[in-house]
Write a protein that binds this ligand. Sequence first.
Ligand code: FAD
Length: 429
Amino acid sequence: MKKCIVIGGGIAGLTAASYLVNDGTKVTLLESSPKLGGRAYSFKLPGKNETIDNGQHILMGCYRDTLSFLKLIGADKNFSFQKRLSITFINPAGQKLKLKSLPIPYPLNLLTGFLKYKALNFKERLKVIKLMLKLPFISHRSLVKKNVFEWLTDENQSEKIINSFWEMIAVGALNTNINKASAAVFHNILVQMFYGGNIASTIILPKYGLTESYVNNAKDYIEQQGGEVILSDKVEKIVIDQNEVKEIKTAKRIYSDFDFVISALPPYSIEKLIPSGYLNGEINFTYSSILNVHIWLKKNPFNEKFYGLLNSPVHWIFNKGTLINLVISNAGYLMDKTDNELLNVCTTELNKYCNIDENEITDFKILKEKRATFIPSVDSVYTRPPSRTEINNLFLAGDWTDTGLPSTIESAAKSGRVASELALGNIQT
Ligand SMILES: Cc1cc2nc3c(=O)[nH]c(=O)nc-3n(C[C@H](O)[C@H](O)[C@H](O)COP(=O)(O)OP(=O)(O)OC[C@H]3O[C@@H](n4cnc5c(N)ncnc54)[C@H](O)[C@@H]3O)c2cc1C
């Protein structure tokens, strides 16, 4: 039986470990923190009944690797799936505007859905559809040097179309300003969302906290298949000799009995453990923040599961029944504000968009994730290291590796699957 050490228990590490144990490999997963899930987990607040996420996570129908992973570990039942794309946007006047694909065959369902999107006038909707129809014919090479804003402007999309349509998708998926994000990465995800079949553009939400929705299933699955999950044990040194990892030194012990190693660490951790010359690319990232504001209301006035706010600093509101969760992406400019200042930003928007008075708020909790995602900038996307390294028995996983995707769950799951396949292929031949 082959033996593998997986370092890091975020989605990438959990995916790699799950595929490896499924294939009969003996896996030891090492995680520095006392919990699994990395940047996607949930926890209970003292004195509250509800479990809250460190940040609301949205999946999409085009997340093929994530969905395969969830199925493998038996967690797909913990997610709620839309049958067809449906998003309710709210504009500054408080009007609700639906973007909804219709119950007719794909792709006409999406096109007619865009035609009915009332945040834009008819002429503007036609411009969106024109670019949508062009997407599969746009060459990747033509976008390499452009950011999202430059590309959309070149494609004749006006400021209003960008603000009321493209930016909502771009900021949600890329978590950065459209002047920084790579047009090539954005184009890639648009093609996956809108040309991947009927369900690719649909939204998938966890039914419970993230830990209950997938982390516990992954841990159980790995252990039931004979794997071992070790928490609160930080990898401090990776000993490399003659292009082979020989030892993994953690705070508690030294591991040397393994055939190969998968590192599923974030870029800022791996930088400290592996000299850059061994990676077939560069770690050259800057990061973007996400702010989550959990608010308890006396009475919840919302009917839908989530809403997008147009032209607001608050991008999304998620309705969790007893509480609501406001999400601000690309939130670096708010990170130094106090909790009360941030609550103020949210109450102003809740009042303007949803007519909710601040007296309705009974409690709140603010969570700041400073390094939530890397910025898929024009400069960094083409130097991302692939899974294969110069070290024969070391493979990389992590949302930041060269998956072609932005910093998402899908990128992490894809990287974990790719690293496990490469490792198995490499070792078994
Ligand atoms: C607030 C927030 C909201 C988000 N929303 C979405 C969303 O809606 N949709 C979406 O697709 N994506 C979203 N993302 C991005 C998504 O969470 C990440 O892309 C994904 O979780 C990254 O997984 P990963 O396994 O690559 O890395 P991580 O989750 O960072 O996992 C790395 C793991 O390595 C461990 N580690 C670090 N150093 C060591 C060491 N020396 N030894 C052992 N272990 C170590 C860490 O503790 C961590 O558990 C969001 C992220 C945040 C923060």
